[in-house]
Design a protein around this ligand. Sequence first.
Ligand SMILES: Nc1ncnc2c1ncn2[C@@H]1O[C@H](COP(=O)(O)OP(=O)(O)O)[C@@H](O)[C@H]1O
Ligand SMILES: [Mg+2]
Length: 251
Amino acid sequence: MLQVNGLSKSFGGVAAISDVTLAFPTGSLTAIIGPNGAGKSTFFNLISGGLIPDTGEVLLDGKNLVGRNRAEIIAAGVGRAFQIAKIFPSLTVEETLLGAIGAHQGHSANLWHRFPLPQTRDNVGRVADMLGLTDKMQVLSANLSHGDHKLLDIALALVLEPRVLLLDEPTAGMGPDERWRMIDRVYQLWETEKTTLVFIEHDMDIVFKIAPSIRVLCYGRVLAEGTPDEIRNSPQVIDAYLGTDHGAHAT
Ligand SMILES: Nc1ncnc2c1ncn2[C@@H]1O[C@H](COP(=O)(O)OP(=O)(O)O)[C@@H](O)[C@H]1O
Ligand SMILES: [Mg+2]
């Protein structure tokens, strides 16, 4: 279980995340929604070690991750898709995935232990298969479509076998058809891997269709949590998205 207690982070005078307490049960699928600037990406950065919280705890199965560095947090089991596939345009998909494992093995004896070499290639093949990248293994990253780049970024997080996977707007920049294909893949990998999956998404059709559980952030605070029906009918949520007094808009 991923449990966040009293998490806060300010930038200058701006409180991006204020006293957020949330739990994500092991194996659950949760969507995080909220207007632009609500603090969603900051929340992920605080969990994955990209930012250090001002106060609060991030507990993974009871162990506090706050204060550990990125490599330690990955080794503890928190995976996150960064836009890194595009940084290595001259590597093939396969080289990128093998390289991700190698890089982390280099950082941590613990990970080396978790990924003995003969298993590494199998693991890369399995993840590529799950995300539909198998027939693109020898394609240069530079020649991938936007959607395949995003899939490769998710694959990069998955080959390290995370217990918790954080996806920040996996469908961003996609047209309607491609968006649904992507979210189908995400849903399938959640079902297959039994990982605790948390994703940020601004397309409400997608959120209400696939997320059994939703958390709403607004101005850095938890505005509501519940099932799609509960969120759809929540007066606070409707107000946050539609209320003119807030000046906040869903994008
Ligand atoms: N590195 C940063 N430095 C200064 N302000 C930031 C930084 N990251 C985020 N913010 C501010 O924190 C607030 C929340 O941003 P963000 O987490 O990106 O929101 P969201 O992902 O929900 O759109 C915004 O007001 C944003 O301008
Ligand atoms: Mg964001």
